[in-house]
Design a protein. Sequence first.
Length: 680
Amino acid sequence: MPSLPRNFNTEIASVKRDPYLLLLGSRLLNPDEVLQGRGKGEYKAYDDLLKDGHCFSVLQKRYLAVIAREWSVEPASKDKIDQKAADMVKYHLQSLASRADDDDLLATGFDRTCYNLLDAILKGFKPAEILWQNDGKEFYPSQVKARSQQRFNFAINEAGKWELRLLTLEDMIDGEAVTKLYPKKFFTHICGATDDNPYGMGLGRTLWWNVFFKKQGIKFWLQFVDKFASPTAIGKYKRGATKEQKSTLLEALEAIATDAGVAIPDDLEIMLLEASRSGSINCYESLAKYMDGEISKTVLGETLTTEIGSRGSYAAANTHNEVRKELTKADSDLLSDTLNRTLIKWDVQLNLPDAKPPRLWRNFEEAEDLNGRSQRDKTLFDMGFKLKKESVTEIYGDHYEEVEQGGGEATDEQFLTNSGVQGGAGVQGSRGAGGEDTADMSESVDFGSIIDRVLKWQGLSIGVEFLPGQVRFPGRKHSKKLRSAYGHIRGYSGNDDEALDCYIYPGLLLDEPEGSDRIFQISQISPEDGDFDEFKMLIGYANLKTARDAYLAEMPIDYLGGVQEVTVESLEQYKRTPVSLSTSRSLPIATNFAETEKDGADLYATQLQERSAPIITDWIEQIRGLVQESESFEEARDRLFELFPKLDTTDLTEIMTQAMMATEALGRFEVVQEAGTLEA
C-alpha cells in the first residue's frame, strides 16, 4: 500500500494558526455577541430568560420531551464480554445517585442528569463532573454533577487542540486544564459547536432579543394602562393660599389616588384630567403575541403545539408536531453521543478494558396505530387475503379468540350475532323469501329507495335498504360492509330534502326483536371543511356511547360532528306531506270489468291506467332515487341492471290479466250482441 502524501493527515488550518480568534493569551473568549454585549459576559443573562413564562414553558417542553423517552443500552456485539459491558453500564446508570453518599442532598438520577445537561441547548455548552467510587469490585459513577458555565472556558493547548479550563481561586485568568489534570473526570455537552467555536451556539442569543422586546412592549403597555385607565387629579388653590391650605389640597389629591373619599374647604377646587388617546391598546398585545410566536419558533421550530388561534388546521398541527419531534430526536441523539464518548466509554475502560463500549440511545419509535392497521388488514381481507393467527396475536395481542362460523361466508344470522345481538333465531322474513312484507302501499313514496322490508318501530315506518353484512356502494371507493342495518324513516326528509337516513340496531330485525326504544341523532359533517352536512339517526341502540361506536364502525371519525339523544316526537319537524297511492297492496279483483255504464274499450283503458299508476309511480321513484345517488353514468347503468329484476310486477301482472280478460269478454259480448241483432 502506498504511503500517504506529505501533510495528508496534518491539520493545516488549525485554530492555533487562526489570526481572527479573540484570544486572551491561550484562552478563547466566547464569541456570543449578545452574551458579551448585553450580558456583559455573564451567563446570568440567559438564566433571566426563564423568568418569562412563555420562554420557560417552551424550553421545558423541549427538555422534557427528551427525558420522557425510554432509554436503553445496546451491546456493541454478541460477544459475552460486550454483553457484560452493556449490562454493567445499564446497572450503573440505573443506580446513579442511589449509591451516592447519604449526606449529599443534591444527588441526581440519570434522567435528572440528562435534564441538567440539556441546559446546553440554551447556553451552548454544559460542563459536568463525574464522581467515581470503588467498592472493591468495580469502579462506578456515583454522581454526575452539572456545573455552571461561568466557571469554565476553552483554551488552546500545546498540541493546538481545544481543552476545557476550570477557573478556580488559585487561577482566575486561564484556569486549570481539568481534562489533562483529571482524566475521565470532566466532560462537556455542546450544542451548535464548530471546530472554531467550542462554546457552541445556544438559543439564548436569539431568545434574548425576543424576550427583551416583549418586556419593553409590556412595560409601555403598563404605562399606557396607568395613564389612560384612571384620570389625573388636579387641585387648584387661590393665589395667596396658606401652607395649611396647600397641604390640605395635596392630602385630598393623595386620598383620591388611593380611592378614598375627600372633604375640602369651599375655596379649594379639585378637577380630574382625562388624557385623550388616538392609538390602540391592541398594538401592545399584538407585539407580545408576536414575540411569543418567535420564541416558540426558535425553541420548538413551530407554533401550533403551544398556541391555538381562532382558526386551525388539524393537518397543519400534525405537521408542526412532527417538526417538534424531529428536534427532540436530534437533541436526544446529540446527548447520547456525548455520553457514549465520555461517561459510558470511560466506565467500560475502567472495568472491562477488553470490551467494546455499548451504545446508549433513546427510543423514538412510535406505537403503531392499531386502528389504521386494522383498516388495512380489513382491506386486504376484502381482497382475498387474511392474517395468520400468529400475526394477529403478534400485532393485536393474545386477548382475542377466533369467531367460529361453520365455514365459508358468514350468514346474515351469524353476522347479526357478531354485530352484538345475543340469541334470537333468524332475521324477519323479507320480500321474495316466503315471508309477508309489512309494507302498505298506502304509505308515502320515499325517494325511490330500494326497500328490502319495512320495519315498524315506535310508530315509525322504517324502510330497510341494507341488512347487516350487506355491502353498501358496491364496487366504489366508499364500499362498506355494514355492521348495522341501514335505511331511512319513511315519510320523513332530512335538512337536505333527501331521505332521513338511519342506522338500525341489528337486533330489531330478529324474529324476536331485541334493542331499546331510544333514538340518537348524529350531526354528520364534511371532512374537507368541517361544515355541517346532514343528520343521521341511530335507532334501537342502548345508550349514547353504543350509538356513537356503531356510527364510527360504519363511518370515519372525520365525519362525526356530534351525537345526542332525541325523541320520536322531535322528528315531526322532518315529516313530509305524503303522496297518496292505492288503498291496498292487494288490488281488488275486477270480476265485473264489463259492468259499466259506458261502452267500449276506452273505459277499460282508463281504469287500467288509474289502477296501474301507483305501481308505475313507485318504480319511477325508485329509478329516480337510484340515479340521484349514483356518482357516474356507469354506476347508474350498473345499478339499473341490478334493480330491474327486483321490481315487483305481481300486482301489475294481475291488473293487466284482469283487463285483458275483461276486454276479451267484452269483445265477445259485443260480437254476440251484434250477431243477434243481425239475425233479428
